[in-house]
Design a protein around this ligand. Sequence first.
Ligand code: 5GP
Ligand code: SF4
Ligand code: MG
Length: 466
Amino acid sequence: CGVFGVFNNKSAAELTFLGLHALQHRGQESAGIAVSDGYDINIRLGSGLVTQAIKEEDIKELKGDIAIGHVRYSTSGGSNPKNIQPFFAHFYGGQFAIAHNGNLVNAERLKRELEMEGAIFRSTSDTEVFVHLIAKSRQPAPPHINLHKNDEDFLPHVFEAMKKVKGAYSLVILREKQLIAVRDPHGFRPLVLGKNRSGSYFVASETCALDIVDAEYLRDINPGEVIVIDDAGIRSYYPFEHTENPKKCIFEFVYFARPDSKIFKDWVYSVRKEFGRRLAKEYPIDADCVIPVLDSGLLAALGYSEESGIPFEIGLIRNHYVGRSFIQPSQEIRDLSVRLKLNPVRDVIEGKRIIVIDDSIVRGTTSRKIVNMLRRAGAKEVHMLISSPPVVSPCYYGIDTPTKEELLASSMSIEEIRKFIGADTLGYLSLEGMLEAADKTKGYCTACFTGHYPVLDELFEEIQIP
Ligand code: 5GP
Ligand code: SF4
Ligand code: MG
């Protein structure tokens, strides 16, 4: 998912619309915007792309200077319209709306506990757990925290909720007069802070959403940090006394984030290209050209070509009028959309030894079709290289990977996968290579590649850990 927030701008709803548009790659299932006029929060939600979900009339009706927005990509809770965010609630202290990127690992258990105490859930999304935890919290702020007087009524509720949930959450919360940004103590998902020349503040999943509203990147929201923005200024709190080791999602660099974004303080573009350079060092192959599987393999292929000296070509043309293939829910549609999406350029391929580069193999549908397509277009040899290690385990922190059984690499060896996709060579970037490219010192989650999960629900752990 993608989240966006703006404080102190007459066009808060419009800017949120633009911000969400820039974050569209993070979720295409639904979108929503909540705006506060200082007294009341209004909200508009819809299915599909931002431009389909939010209409011009909606924007006109959303009056106010503070706003948050969300684009959804279903990982938890399915594609039920009830799960469209932001979520809105009245509680005894007023109103708030919340939008979440990430996935909680103990949501089901918390939900059961809350239901036993009488809570009624209206969605199947893990995010709604936050709504209830915040609304029912009665704990004061932790003793090491000195709250500004504007933060006394609400922030302790947020802190208490943060201590109860486990997993990944980058949040934007809207109050009548405040914008609040929250990042979980592991910092799984990115979240950045920006400001424009007229003094409006912005919070976004990625910097590409700051660019679109002409705001400057100030800094990342840190793991475990809560930032409050209101008329009294901007304040930062760390509710956890000990911040844990960061576990930033390395897959954001591999695939999810946009290459024109800076996340986790690094440019996605450079890291992705470096994956390709490392791939060239790990797999020197004698070939006529290197081609990317667009768009996700583009920068790794460019890096491979630069490092190896093998010419870069566009050997597969992408039709841009179809969504990302894996986001379509059913296998049948997924099968079809690979063909809808990519078509080989016979002129580039025929009679050539081709290195084709993609970012990942999940179910193997894409790679298998691509290899077949390239052979039918006359390729002499097809060498498939992947700019990340084999995906062996599902993600529980907000990336939509299928179950372990559906992950090709969870049950097949690399040689078996090579045969399955029909390539002459199949090579994956090593874990070391990937981590070094992203600067290994910085603390990344690699669970989908290693099966080592940094946080799990205790009950869950007993069942799931092999
Ligand atoms: P496959 O066909 O192997 O299931 O999917 C591989 C393709 O899906 C790659 O081209 C990759 O770009 C894309 N992909 C990237 N990230 C994800 C993800 O999080 N989940 C899924 N299912 N596919 C992804
Ligand atoms: Fe990212 Fe993979 Fe960790 Fe999920 S399991 S947070 S996709 S690195
Ligand atoms: Mg792809």
